[in-house]
Ligand binder design. Structure first.
Ligand SMILES: [Zn+2]
Length: 140
């Protein structure tokens, strides 16, 4: 897992550097607050791997001079990137996103990552620095 995380983080930072992009990540404290699942062994393992990946990305990005923005992930998995409609009903299942207002459909992880990128751009106060699209890693 550590080897995989090293490779993922290295590729992300390389991609960001090549395209002169910034990276946006979910703020850690919020992730803790919203996890309601019982802490199974599997959860603990995934959670540990997720934290390690974040640390590696942040560390490598800083070393390479890539800006990293931490954003509040609230509602990122249930907000429509096309029309902005926010509802729990937009998530018919763990992996699917279907907007009840405009019909936009996509994989839920892509929707989550798109919303995190948008929040990162807002936090940066500019749309001149594009961001690498990061997949949201579930910890449940
Ligand atoms: Zn919509």
């Amino acid at each position: 897992m550590t080897w995989v995380n090293h490779n993922i983080s290295k590729q992300l930072v390389h991609k960001a550097r090549r395209g002169h992009k910034a990276l946006a990540l979910e703020e850690l404290t919020y992730i803790h607050q919203r996890s309601t699942v019982r802490k199974s062994q599997r959860y603990e393992r995934l959670s540990w791997a997720f934290h390690q990946l974040r640390q590696l990305i942040a560390y490598k990005a800083e070393a390479a001079g890539i800006p990293v923005l931490f954003v509040d992930p609230a509602h990122t998995s249930r907000t429509c990137p096309a029309c902005g409609h926010c509802a729990q009903e937009n998530r018919p299942s763990q992996s699917d996103f279907l907007c009840r207002q405009c019909g936009f459909a996509a994989h839920a992880d892509v929707v989550g990552a798109t919303n995190i990128r948008r929040k990162g751009l807002e936090a940066r106060g500019t749309v001149n620095c594009p961001m690498v699209l990061l997949a949201v890693l579930g910890t449940a």
